[in-house]
Write a protein that binds this ligand. Sequence first.
Ligand SMILES: [Fe+2]
Ligand SMILES: [Fe+2]
Length: 167
Amino acid sequence: MAAHRRQGNPEDIVELILQDHVILKQLIEIMKSEDASFREKQAAFKRFAPALVAHAKPEEQTWYMKMKSEDMKVEGLEGDIEHSLADQLCEELKRTSDRDEFMAKVKVLAELVEHHVEEEEEDMLPEFKRGTTLEERIDLGMQYLEAQQELDAQGDDDAPSERTLHP
Ligand SMILES: [Fe+2]
Ligand SMILES: [Fe+2]
């Protein structure tokens, strides 16, 4: 269904963001599922954490910066705050050895990011799209990809890899 929906320019930052959301949403389904086992959730989280960093940091550096510099300042700030809450939960989860604590936290993380992604897709991205030209969004799309490459090149623990983003 998503493939049919996507008819925009592939370099448009809005399209790049929607594309990154696909894998995040797939992993969120497992992380919040009542049926998934501890091991399944652990495996999903292991892929989710770097994929989130690979998406959220470039988003902050490009799209959110642009919103904050214009008339979507509050939305941009809201996004920053939600990212930092998710980041904090990810860091805690990496250190959690208790199974029940992991299960509780991973669900809260999944629900937080699910809500965040929904808001971006239903409110923020459409509003942003209405207020910008395709040219501006392609320019930001380039910056977004550059920021992702830079993060990837840093290669620390949280660095995204091609495999994480495009499994
Ligand atoms: Fe975001
Ligand atoms: Fe996003």
